[in-house]
Design a protein around this ligand. Sequence first.
Ligand SMILES: [Zn+2]
Length: 113
Amino acid sequence: MSSHDCLFCKIISGDISATVVDQNDDILVIKDIHPKAPIHYLIIPKIHIKNIQDLQEENSRYIAKMMLMAKKLSQKLSGDQSFRLIMNNGAQAGQSVFHMHCHFLSGKVMNDF
Ligand SMILES: [Zn+2]
């Protein structure tokens, strides 16, 4: 899939609307339209990288930027600021949009793994 066919690239460019939670020059955060927890955000780099298998040394800094955004998002949470991050890599792992992203989940007890 090219970036032209990519849902998240279209959201980043503004061609498709989404509920934006936060963003900076490198990262966009939107609400998941099918939330699995009271708080369910998607942390998306503003560069088309398919998934971890597609990650290269030269764009690996986006991983750190995603994690720093997770830290920032957690600081806005109430309680003990617990959260879970999930990255699905490949269709069998549950990846449905092939533009690397991280699910940020919070707001409920998550003892299951
Ligand atoms: Zn994309």
